[in-house]
Design a protein around this ligand. Structure first.
Ligand code: ADP
Ligand code: MG
Length: 314
């Protein structure tokens, strides 16, 4: 039995179905990525799994326990790091962590030591007396994480923990998630940054409009689109060049899933029926653009998302 089993989960807000028959499993000790664009239903799913919200259909078990029947036991097993930072601005960092850990029954010396360890772990050992209102976005994020993990949960659920943080805090958060896994925790991690998920997750579920698009390891997901390639053409254009016309024209070509530009590089995601993309290069040449370099790569998870949903993740 998997550590977390989500089966045919349904969550409606009135007439609107935010989570639509969603099923996935998370194995004990893995980092599981839940990825999808804004509004895909990630937070709603997380809130249901962590018993913060009710649901309309399906079932969820964690460590074999049903989230409805065994709600209070589940709460002891799970640590949540919510998408919206939840901290008390007038309590110090240490007081914040102690408050949240005390909700799980930690007391006295154990409470103090666990809170200090969580602050150390998130790189805030020298900020124990600082109040959140004086902290940077990245520090608040890390404190938010410390509050979610101080009671040593077996399952840690993090909802977009890197949104709005500086590069240094992001790196720290990514590394701390890997350390939590090394220490034996199971982690569910949501993000709309494919690159983060590719870097740290053992397995990934891609969701869109509340539905599962695909799930598996990064390799399994990429192998679902073995006939797809990402072509990058480095070129150069003048300030008055109509970039929109170029991408629209390329997007309309047969086999092209999407085209975009970044600086002077044109990125074209294609599904090749024959191993020949010369017609795409010919089209670029018609715009009178020089070819500085052309690369044809196997696709990344962004391309998987594009190929499977027909639209970009952002
Ligand atoms: P994500 O976390 O993937 O960005 P959410 O789970 O927050 O997505 O939202 C999924 C969908 O449900 C969105 O269309 C959002 O507008 C809608 N939604 C979320 N919370 C509520 C709510 N409390 N009432 C009504 N609609 C909601
Ligand atoms: Mg969300």
């Amino acid at each position: 039995m998997a550590f977390v089993e989500v089966k045919k989960l349904i969550k409606n807000y009135g007439e609107f179905c935010a989570v639509d028959n969603l099923s996935f499993e998370v194995e004990e000790g893995e980092i599981f990525g839940l990825i999808g664009p804004n509004g895909a239903g990630k937070s709603t799913t997380i809130n249901v799994i962590t018993t913060l919200d009710d649901f309309n259909g399906g079932s969820v078990t964690i460590s074999g326990l049903d989230i409805v029947k065994n709600c209070s036991q589940i709460r002891g097993l799970v640590g949540v790091v919510p998408q919206e930072i939840a901290l008390y601005p007038y309590l110090t960092a240490l007081e914040n962590v102690k408050f949240f850990a005390s909700l799980y029954g930690l007391k006295g010396k154990e409470l103090h030591e666990s809170a200090m360890k969580a602050l150390q772990f998130t790189g805030l050992a020298d900020k124990v007396d600082m109040k959140p209102k004086k902290m940077s976005g990245g520090m608040k994020r890390r404190l938010n994480i410390a509050c979610g993990i101080a009671h040593h949960p077996k399952l840690i659920v993090m909802d977009e923990p890197t949104v709005g943080v500086d590069a240094q805090s992001r790196e720290h958060i990514m590394n701390s998630i890997l350390t939590l896994k090394e220490k034996g925790a199971t982690v569910i991690y949501t993000s709309h940054y494919m690159h983060e998920v590719e870097t740290i997750c053992d397995r990934i579920a891609i969701i869109d409009h509340g539905q599962l698009v695909a799930s598996g390891t990064e390799q399994e997901l990429v192998s679902m689109i073995t006939d797809c390639r990402t072509i990058r053409v480095k070129t150069k254009w003048s300030a008055d060049f109509d970039v929109n016309k170029l991408t629209t024209t390329l997007s309309a070509l047969p086999g092209v899933n999407g085209a975009s530009v970044d600086e002077n590089v044109i990125k074209i995601d294609v599904k090749l029926t024959e191993n020949d993309f010369s017609y795409i290069i010919d089209e670029i040449r018609k715009f009178g653009l020089p070819l500085i370099s052309v690369n044809c790569e196997t696709p990344d998870l962004d391309a998987v998302f594009l190929a499977l949903t027909g639209h970009d993740i952002r």
